[in-house]
Ligand binder design. Structure first.
Ligand SMILES: [Ca+2]
Ligand SMILES: [Ca+2]
Ligand SMILES: [Ca+2]
Length: 552
């Protein structure tokens, strides 16, 4: 029962096509974007793969067909990058392969960069153009009120490599106010509009740039931190989105005078571009919703696709909006607002390399749930499955107008209250996690063991408990056995926080069919499932469950 994940650096899970599910669009009140008529929703296919234990992946598609990306705060093939503190470095790596389920992350290296006066220096936009690789960095500051890097600092320009990342010329700019690439902030910790800029992904070697220029999109705010709220503009939170452009070359990329800034539209609705940073205007604004942003051009759809993350408190669950527009300067229309995507997904982008010929199927590249790894203090679940601290690749489809929605799936439905519960178990095998119990996939050994909960050598007597922060009203529970045919629950008992109990009979051994238990609705703060009988003799070694759902 050695974990597959321990043998392969890549974990992947493939679900049958019928497992597709719609992520409901739930925009909060006050959404400034009209609904898209070109793409009416987002359906996940269940195909995903995760690579490395580092984050901050922004792949740029080189003329040689490979992707060039920064990374940080993790290790790639033994090369470690950590971007906090005075010895900050940013990592870089090459991503080879044409199948997002079978990528290779190669040739890692690091670049040092002093973050002073900020506390960390993190990778931002990456561009591979005409064989020259540019990696941007930006500063982040903490303060004495907690949260994760709540203050966004300036872009310190770009490191440049002319030999595919073997050697680098450091940026002549720094994170010091007055010495950064753009004029803001004017003093340490002051607000910044064009923070954490990322290159618009125009396809292979920027083939679809409208004018040969590179465009940088960034997020920020005009208000100081705390004027509106804590983390008003951080690495993952902000109020507006801004755009600038430059003819990319080693001579221009770090020269502020080479840049033009989007400065609004003229009376005919035509974009105004100004060399004066003071004229800059947002391409999109939504108070406290405009965190980290990326834009990709979809050549088949002739649309720009924008991923915007609303990073909450910087440590909470995050939301991601996907927008589309005919032009980078907008107006932007909402494809889907994915509440709690990840549930804590960040640095979301759409690598142009993996957009299908019809433009309808694409892959999100992101990282997720860093709180679980960094502090272990929040047990954020992987939603969609596969979302973890890594380079996550997740396939989705953009729904066409009039296209039928996939059938509602109780496992992945937001009506499944099990997904909101805090889980505890009588024991968990060291290669497993209790999170597999509610990841939406009734799978497990000999498949992906991340999809199930497995006790540590227990048989009858083992239990799991689902608890909610606030009481929930429930009337239906479905239990799935572990899919292997050694371990089987043959009877169990549901125990509710109101003191009531319900017996449960034998679960289908193959775990494919759930056993549904319905009852008169009751309001409870927790429910536990005790295993009372298992497959006899020595067959059952580590009893467990592959999934449990709880609904009204
Ligand atoms: Ca704000
Ligand atoms: Ca599961
Ligand atoms: Ca079984």
């Amino acid at each position: 029962m050695k974990t597959l994940a321990a043998i392969f650096a890549v974990s992947l899970s493939i679900l049958p096509a019928q497992a597709e599910w719609l992520w409901p669009s739930e925009p909060p009140a006050g959404s400034p974007a009209a609904k898209s008529e070109a793409a009416t929703g987002i359906v996940f296919t269940g195909r995903h793969a995760e690579y490395t234990d580092a984050d901050t992946w922004y792949p740029s598609w080189g003329a040689d067909g490979r992707l060039y990306s920064p990374f940080t705060d993790g290790t790639v093939n033994g090369v470690r990058s950590f971007s906090g503190g005075k010895d900050a470095v940013v990592g870089h790596a090459v991503i080879a392969g044409d199948d997002p389920l079978k990528l290779q992350v190669l040739e890692p290296g690091t670049i040092p960069g002093n973050p002073a006066p900020y506390g960390g220096r993190y990778p931002g936009g990456s561009l591979m153009h005409n064989g020259i690789w540019y990696i941007g960095t930006y500063g982040l500051a903490n303060d004495n009120y907690g949260l994760n890097w709540p203050i966004l600092g300036p872009c310190a320009g770009f490191h440049i490599s002319k030999d595919l990342g073997k050697t680098w010329t450091p940026s002549p700019r720094s994170t010091e106010p007055g010495k950064a690439l753009f004029p803001e902030p004017t003093k340490f910790k002051d607000p910044i509009k064009l923070g954490s800029p990322h290159f618009v992904d125009f396809g292979k070697n920027m083939e679809h740039s409208p004018d040969g220029k590179a465009y940088l999109v960034g997020h920020g705010a005009t208000e100081r931190d705390l004027e509106d709220r804590k983390a008003n503009a951080s690495w993952i939170t902000g109020d507006q989105i801004y755009l600038c452009r430059v003819v990319p070359s080693p001579e221009t990329i770090n020269d502020p005078a080479a840049y033009e800034f989007f400065a609004g539209n003229d009376a005919d609705g035509k974009a105004i571009w100004s060399a004066d940073f003071a004229s800059i205007k947002p391409i999109f604004e939504w108070d406290n919703r405009c965190g980290c942003v990326t834009i990709t051009y979809s050549a088949p759809l002739k649309k720009y696709l924008m991923c915007v993350t609303d990073g909450g408190t910087t440590e909470s669950k995050y939301n991601t909006g996907i927008f589309e527009a005919d032009q980078m300067t907008g107006p932007w229309k909402l494809v889907s607002w994915m509440q709690d995507f990840g549930v804590q997904a960040y640095f979301v982008n759409i690598p142009s390399k993996f957009i299908s010929d019809d433009g309808r199927t694409l892959w999100l590249c992101y990282s997720a749930n860093f709180c679980n790894v960094m502090w272990g203090r929040q047990a954020y679940r992987a939603d969609p499955p596969g979302s973890r601290y890594a380079m996550c690749m997740q396939e989705l489809r953009l729904l066409k107008p009039g296209e039928a929605l996939p059938p509602e799936n109780v496992l992945t439905s937001r009506a499944n209250l099990a997904r909101e519960a805090t889980l505890t178990a009588s024991s968990t095998h060291k290669d497993y996690a209790v999170a597999g119990l509610t990841d939406g996939v009734p799978g497990g050994f000999p498949g992906d063991i991340a999809n199930e909960w497995c006790s540590n050598g227990e048989r009858d007597g083992a239990f799991v408990r689902l608890a909610w922060e606030a009481p929930v009203t429930i009337g239906k529970i479905t239990l799935y056995d572990r899919p292997n045919t050694l371990d089987q629950v043959q009877a169990g008992l549901l125990v509710f926080s109101d003191g009531t109990t319900l017996p449960v009979g034998e679960l289908a051994d193959d775990g494919k069919t759930g056993t549904e238990v319905t009852f008169a609705p009751k309001t409870v703060s927790w429910v536990a499932f005790f295993v009372t009988k298992v497959k006899p003799s020595t067959s059952t070694l580590n009893i467990g469950l592959s999934e449990i759902t709880v609904a009204k």
